[in-house]
Design a protein around this ligand. Structure first.
Ligand SMILES: Nc1nc2c(ncn2[C@@H]2O[C@H](COP(=O)(O)OP(=O)(O)OP(=O)(O)O)[C@@H](O)[C@H]2O)c(=O)[nH]1
Ligand SMILES: [Mg+2]
Length: 349
């Protein structure tokens, strides 16, 4: 009899524990917001994830920072190779004779995948010298077909620090690097911001393999759509007829076919737009644009193109106005999410 009571008692306790767990789970699910980052490749989705980690999760540990070392070397060397190839393509020659030799060296150089690999001081000097060649400054300023990768000038300016033997990437370096993600890789970050939890999902390689990641839309509360403001003059490698902005607008227009969640339209790369307006006037691409080099007018105009693409009348919260207030590019990278309040002000969600 005693044994029976204790069995019943155990059953009851188990059942109560299960009920408690179900209740806790459903409370958690009710209060959990799932946010999906959407946007064309290079529009800044992973940079937002990194920002979240820095702002809300105490940033990166030294081991985590060290894990970015090879990516940063790779970004630096790839950007230098891009510069050399762009000079060749445009028929531009370096002013300094030595830089012609350095250019050849850069094209030959390979970053190895071994974690103990360190950037050779010779190659750092070659990149440093090439970057300072007067031809580059002229091409950057005047040549609309000379596209530097977004973080190239930052990485080139820091090349000697990056090439130090004991180099440990800083958080700023991490934000500037394009990290190699697995094809169709899905990254998630969970933030506990009372009174609710927010799970942000970043799906890389959204240009292809849509079938594989479309399930990420299930139960999505909001979508953060990243719109690169500087994309208007850049053609796609895959399709020379289309600019990155056209591709982005097409993706934005297709959102309602797979989700009815509210959309936060988040503009990125404002400082890249600012640097570009002089040499690639917006009116060359959109004759109806009349704002000349005014950064506020240009950003507003580009965002209006997205608003026009919102044919299904999604609920859109545009975030560019406050982002525009940030003056320098570093402030933008560091403050973009804080200033927009996307995650601090849960009412936005
Ligand atoms: N200057 C500047 N660079 C930015 C900004 N946002 C992103 N970047 C840079 O743009 C590059 C691409 O950004 P990512 O965040 O990797 O782009 P993504 O949307 O995740 O790209 P995929 O993973 O290929 O889909 C990186 O080098 C970033 O540092 C911005 O607001 N300003
Ligand atoms: Mg990414």
């Amino acid at each position: 009899m005693g044994a029976n009571i204790s069995t019943e008692q155990r059953e009851l306790e188990r059942s109560m524990a299960i009920d408690k767990q179900i209740e806790a789970d459903s409370r958690r699910l009710r209060s959990e917001q799932k946010v999906l980052l959407l946007g064309t490749p290079g529009s800044g989705k992973s940079t937002i994830m990194k920002q979240m980690k820095i702002i809300h999760q105490n940033g990166y540990t030294p081991d985590e920072l060290a894990a970015f070392r090879l990516d940063i070397y790779q970004n630096l060397v790839d950007s230098a190779k891009d510069v050399v190839l762009a000079l060749h393509k445009l028929g531009l020659e370096c002013v300094e004779e030595i830089n012609k030799t350095y250019a050849a060296q850069i094209l030959e150089y390979k970053v190895e995948s071994d974690p103990s690999f360190r950037l050779a001081p010779d190659i750092a000097n070659a990149i440093d010298s090439l970057w300072k060649d007067p031809t580059i400054a002229i091409a950057v300023k005047l040549c609309s077909e000379f596209h530097l990768p977004d973080s190239a000038s930052y990485l080139f300016s820091n090349v000697q620090r990056i090439a130090q033997k004991d180099y440990l990437p800083s958080e700023r370096d991490v934000l500037r690097a394009k990290t190699k993600t697995k094809p169709a890789g899905i990254m998630e970050i969970s933030l506990h911001l009372a009174p609710c939890s927010i799970r942000i999902v970043d799906v890389s390689n959204q240009r292809s393999e849509r079938k594989k990641w479309i399930h990420c839309f299930e139960a999505v509360t909001s979508i953060i759509f990243c719109a690169g403001l500087s994309d208007y003059d850049q053609v796609l490698l895959e399709n020379k007829e289309q600019t990155r902005m056209t591709e982005s607008l097409i993706l934005f227009e297709s959102v309602p076919s797979f989700s009815s969640a509210s959309v936060i339209l988040f503009s990125t790369k404002i400082e890249v737009l600012k640097a570009k307006l002089g040499k690639a006037p917006l009116e060359m691409y959109f004759p109806e644009y009349t704002g000349e080099h005014d950064i506020n007018k240009a950003a507003k105009f580009i965002m209006s193109k997205y608003m026009q693409a919102n044919r299904a009348n999604l609920r859109i919260y545009s975030q560019y106005i406050r982002v525009l207030l940030a003056a320098t590019e570093d402030t933008i990278l560091q403050n973009a999410l804080e200033s927009t309040g996307i995650l601090r002000d849960t009412k936005v969600l």
